[in-house]
Design a binder for this molecule. Structure first.
Ligand SMILES: Cc1ncc(COP(=O)(O)O)c(C=O)c1O
Length: 476
């Protein structure tokens, strides 16, 4: 499909005049400061912001008036990142206005890391005794956060095979408060059937939360367009794009009705829709500016002024600035990453001299179990830029060759990250997913001999040449 055809394709990836993905990445969210007229978003590296008067301070703390108070909660540089991400992910942004921070707040919240975004998101809606149902194929750190750290505070994560949505349905009970999936499982490349899982979430009256890290901040996939209510994501990866800054984002689509009730008429989400003990019993869902009926940004507001206030995982304005810089080239990088990943997957899948036939797990390949779902839900031609392959050999021999290959690459970097501009390789079973048992690794789609590659956008022939020389050494 040509670039023009892509731009005019109807649907979430279609072109909207003045609001295209690239235009949004460059222009949205930054209101020119009228005193200095700085074109790039300035870095407001200030912990606090002066009140105009005692009354003004009181109004800000009472949330009766908007404006920055303290950088743990809100910061003008960070707001630019938040406004951009909300729009790029396709959130409805009902309260955005002109992004002036005096009458609006973003319907996204930036945090210190992807892990922090997940934690603040889930802690905003759940308390001890609650549970949630999550895909078993998750980033290793997410799995341990959910299976162990959440368990320690009385919140249970139950895991289901994301390729079998009915398994998810069977795990839901009256204490279930969310369904959680990842756009593209790492390393297997499994893609959820968003619409099928959203239907289950709707029936169960729980929000569908998606980690869209691998969806490249809305470039490759926009899960909010297919029934997801909330996005969490690591901005450390493709959003920042250069491997310099850790950050995380939550985006709220304002699509979930937090006032839903249980069979006995009690609130199903008292943490969001009920009175807030730490705000003198105020009901944010009825707030004149932020209430459900008014703008429905109540979830992200509570994530900010309650969870982030108390848990404190804020991002620094400098990192927010770095991530904004990354976003400005996200559409260009997203395209380049995708093209190289498709080419590399195709080349490796035909390279039977070194690569185990059928082992390349990239959704661009028609043999991949999620290929059709990728075509249904992703931007045409984009299938993500991370995949796994195995070197020829059986059992321990294949594992050893995989490790040798990783040690032998010269241009590609051997490290624990994805979404860097550069090509990265790693052995998942002994690193990112090391803390999982063999059974948990299998459920997470981690193969003992799998080499994971996060394809960068170097000249394709150079990636190929580095792989070729490393293959030779691995088989020497
Ligand atoms: C899919 C996914 N989600 C979340 C995270 C955690 O993000 P961070 O490292 O920014 O905390 C990662 C990290 O690799 C990830 O790959």
């Amino acid at each position: 499909m040509s670039a023009d055809e892509l731009r005019t394709k109807a649907g979430p990836y279609g072109y909207v005049p003045g609001e295209g993905f690239t235009t949004t990445a460059l222009h949205h969210g930054h209101k020119l400061d009228t005193d200095n007229r700085a074109r790039a978003p300035p870095i407001f590296q200030s912990t606090s912001f002066e009140f105009k008067s005692a009354e003004h301070g009181g109004q800000l703390f009472a949330l009766a008036e908007l404006g920055p108070i303290y950088t743990r909660l809100m910061n003008p540089t960070t707001h630019v990142l938040e406004y951009k991400m909300a729009k790029l992910e396709g959130a409805k942004c009902p309260a955005h206005g002109n992004c002036d921070n005096a009458s609006t707040l973003p319907s996204a919240l930036a945090l210190a890391s992807g892990q922090s975004a997940q934690m603040h998101c889930l802690m905003t809606i759940m308390q001890a005794g609650d549970n949630f149902v999550a895909a078993s194929e998750l980033y290793g750190g997410t799995y341990t956060q959910m299976a162990y750290s959440f368990k320690n505070i009385g919140i249970e994560a139950k895991f289901f095979n994301v390729a079998k949505p009915d398994e998810c349905k069977a795990l839901i009970n009256e204490k279930t408060k969310a369904i959680y999936v990842e756009t593209i499982s790492n390393p297997s490349g499994t893609i959820p059937d968003f619409e099928a899982i959203a239907a289950i979430a709707k029936e169960a009256k729980v929000p569908l939360i998606c980690d869209n890290t691998f969806g490249m901040g809305g470039y490759t996939c926009k899960p909010l367009s297919f029934g997801c209510d909330i996005i969490v994501e690591s901005a450390t990866k493709w959003i920042g794009g250069h491997g310099t800054s850790i950050g995380g984002i939550i985006v709220d689509n304002s699509s979930f009705d937090w006032k839903v009730t249980n069979a006995d008429g009690s609130l199903k989400f008292p943490m969001v829709a009920g009175p807030q003990e730490s705000y003198h019993g105020g009901v944010f869902a009825d707030h004149p500016i932020f209430g459900v009926a008014a703008t429905n940004t109540v979830f992200i507001l509570l994530a900010r002024v309650k969870t982030l206030r108390d848990m404190g995982g804020c991002i620094s304005p400098f990192n927010a600035f770095q991530l904004i810089q990354g976003i400005e080239t996200l559409p260009l990088r997203g395209k380049a990453h995708s093209e190289n990943a498709n080419r590399l997957a195709e080349w490796l899948s035909g390279y039977s001299e070194y690569v185990k036939p059928g082992s390349v797990q990239h959704p661009s390949l028609s043999s991949h179990p999620s290929h059709e779902l990728a075509k249904k839900y992703f931007r045409p031609g984009c299938y993500g830029s991370v995949f796994v392959f195995e070197l020829n050999g059986e059992g321990a021999e294949a594992v050893e060759r995989g490790k040798k290959f990783i040690s032998a690459v010269e241009m590609c970097a051997h490290l624990a990250n994805v979404g860097d501009a550069r090509t990265l390789v790693i052995h998942s079973a002994s690193t990112t997913h090391q803390q999982l048992s063999p059974e948990q690794q299998a459920a997470a789609g981690v193969k003992p001999a799998g080499v994971r590659v996060s394809v960068g956008y170097e000249d394709f022939e150079d990636i190929k040449a580095d792989f070729e020389q490393a293959f030779k050494k691995a088989f020497a």
